[in-house]
Ligand binder design. Structure first.
Ligand code: ADP
Ligand code: ZN
Length: 605
């Protein structure tokens, strides 16, 4: 190992309390030491920041980090300062005097990391300061913002093209969590990176348990889900603003501390909701997708999608907001056909040249939610990361589907559609099969057809699942332009008339799916028990005294490890992941005492 890499390991332990680099981190750091420009693609929570923070800390001079979100800068700097790093930020939220002080610190070599906005970067005053100070690295966070091909283009990022010309000797690292090949090339070109080393990390987030369920009785399902996770912060994404409010109200009635967040709230309200969530005062936020971009909360333990997201890219970005600390997390997706219909009508109501792409992406999303294939395999394949093996950490892997001969079931449904002359949607179809006597049904004379009541052996829930499978297998088609009526395909006629067989996934199995206990494979043991809860309360108390978010004190992952290892000496405590030198000094004794007291009490029981 090179001398610098040895130094970088020491810094990783000393400042962050981590024992090992994650995949690619050491390689990226080595490239920067070699003076190369780097383009790094890593999923949210993958550990991108360490890749520039460590070089910043191990070499003379300061690293300038360009970041688009002012709210994030403050958070990141807070986290670094809590670890004893000399970090600051410089943006328009600071007073003139404060800006002056930061500038002085930079000039006098009192900073290791300085976070700033692209606008600031491009001001003449700052340029002069950069020329006068010693800069060891430029890090461009959310680098896809520079490309108009990316999904979040920010014109002010374009001005960063000057960096490489003005500071040819300073390496640049551009990092992002989302960039297809085209955007990737565009980033390198726009920044004038000099033969950059490109690193692409796996997009897998192995600690997130993936699950999808049919969206029936959603409130009851969500309430039970949250009750089984006391004190675990989570986000529920909803499509409509009014759903966020009504859902939050119902959860509150059920005794859960919940709040809502959407663009219709004024900015004061939005920031107080966000603040309460960050400091663990509110457990659950029901929000539109606007929520979550500007926060860096590492202990979000779960994300629920109340409605189907519009595509797999958004879904993956949104679930990426849980489990950033690497501890066990859960992503639960509700799907329903009515969501697909709602979104289809959104897309069709504003036709554009991309409409067809949007519709196809929506279909892929629905397929993901309803297919009986390992979900992680589907996701990673979608992002062009070929996976052969099942993951073992999703609902499909935990409860493998049971296939049955569904020919008779399919024939009943298809025949009912035929007898109603393809004039019914799936709700009416289920009613007919189950022999309902609804007003509209009787009025249309559907109680007179031969298949009326022919499907009582399956309950309503099961029928919806079977019909859905028939759609996905291409036996039924949905006429989106005609009230979502079901139409028979040529393949359906083969099933009805020429004996074609149909394989279905048994519905009861889907329904009975148990929530599997999340297991994260980590080298170190982790537990959530009474001691964990005890330490979590202690963390909350300290965080309130200090006025910083709890996860800045210690991450959930660190608390879990403390609960498992029960360290009672300083040496053992220092061995916990996430305990660096400063935190050992500041909090070590308090936590050790709490653990000792807990153990004594336990032994008396
Ligand atoms: P990203 O910027 O890629 O979304 P971060 O850099 O914020 O991710 O890292 C995500 C989390 O992982 C942070 O809590 C960070 O401290 C932690 N982390 C990063 N590198 C390591 C490591 N080598 N060992 C343990 N935890 C790490
Ligand atoms: Zn799986």
């Amino acid at each position: 190992m090179g001398e610098l890499l040895q130094k970088s390991r020491e810094a990783l332990q000393r400042y962050f309390g981590y024992k090992e680099f994650r995949p690619l981190q050491a390689e990226v750091i080595q490239s920067i030491y070699d003076g190369k420009d780097v383009l790094l693609l890593m999923p949210t929570g993958g550990g991108k920041s360490i890749c520039y923070q460590i070089p910043a800390l191990t070499r003379a001079g300061c690293c300038i980090v360009v970041s688009p979100l002012i709210s994030l800068m403050k958070d990141q700097v807070e986290g670094l300062v809590a670890n004893g790093v000399r970090a600051a930020f410089l943006n328009s939220s600071l007073s003139h005097g404060e800006q002056q002080k930061v500038g002085n610190d930079l000039y006098n070599g009192r900073l290791d990391l300085l976070y700033t906005s692209p606008e600031k970067m491009c001001s003449q005053e700052f340029y002069n300061l950069l020329k006068a100070a010693k800069i060891n690295l430029f890090a461009i966070d959310e680098a896809h913002c520079i490309s108009s091909w990316g999904h979040d283009f920010r014109p002010e990022y374009r001005k960063l093209t000057f960096l490489k010309k003005s500071f040819p000797q300073v390496p640049v690292i551009a990092v992002t969590a989302t960039a297809d090949k085209l955007t990737r090339m565009d980033i390198a070109r726009q920044l004038h990176l000099d033969e950059p080393e490109v690193f692409v990390a796996s997009f897998d987030r192995p600690n997130i348990f993936l699950e999808a369920r049919p969206g029936r009785k959603k409130f009851e399902q969500i309430r039970d889900f949250v009750r089984r996770r006391p004190g675990q912060p989570g986000i529920i994404y909803c499509l409509a603003k009014k759903t966020t409010e009504s859902l939050a109200a119902k959860l509150q009635e059920a005794g859960i501390v919940a709040d809502s967040y959407h663009a219709g709230h004024d900015s004061l309200r939005r920031s107080s909701v966000q603040e309460d969530f960050i400091s663990d005062r509110t457990q659950v936020i029901c929000a539109t997708i606007a929520f979550g971009m500007g926060i860096d909360k590492s202990n979000v333990r779960w994300v629920i999608h109340y409605n189907l997201p519009k595509n797999i890219e958004s879904y993956y970005q949104e679930i990426g907001r849980c489990g950033r600390d690497g501890a066990a997390a859960h992503a639960l997706l509700f799907h329903s056909f009515s969501d697909v219909m709602t979104m289809r009508s959104f897309i069709s109501s504003e036709p554009s040249e991309n409409s067809q792409v949007y519709l196809t992406k929506l279909d892929r999303m629905y397929e993901y939610a309803t297919a009986a294939i390992c979900r992680r395999k589907m996701l990673l394949n979608y992002f062009n990361e070929a996976r052969e093996e099942d993951c073992g950490h999703c609902d499909v892997c935990k409860n493998p589907p049971e296939y049955i001969d569904g020919t008779v079931t399919a024939q009943k449904a298809l025949s009912a559609v035929a007898r109603c002359r393809e004039q019914i949607g799936s709700g009416m179809l289920v009613d007919i099969l189950r022999g309902s006597k609804g007003y509209q049904l009787v009025n249309a004379g559907y109680d007179k057809i031969k298949t009326w009541g022919a499907g009582r052996e399956h309950n309503q829930e099961a029928w919806f699942q079977y019909i859905n499978q028939l759609i996905l297998q291409g036996l039924l088609e949905v006429a989106y332009d005609d009230h979502n009526k079901l139409r028979l395909t040529p393949a359906a006629k083969e099933v009805l008339f020429t004996g074609r067989k149909v394989k279905l996934v048994k519905a009861e199995v889907l329904k009975k799916r148990q929530e599997a206990k999340a297991q994260v494979k980590t080298k170190r043991e982790r537990v959530r028990d009474d001691l964990f809860e005890h330490l979590r309360q202690l963390r909350l108390q300290i965080s309130r005294e200090k006025g910083v978010p709890p996860y800045i004190i210690f991450s959930d992952a660190s608390l879990e490890e403390m609960a498992a290892m029960r360290p009672t000496t300083e040496a053992d405590f220092a061995n916990i992941n996430g305990v660096g030198e400063l935190k050992l000094r500041e909090f070590g004794q308090t936590f050790i005492t709490a653990i000792q007291e807990y153990l004594e009490e336990e032994s008396r029981k």
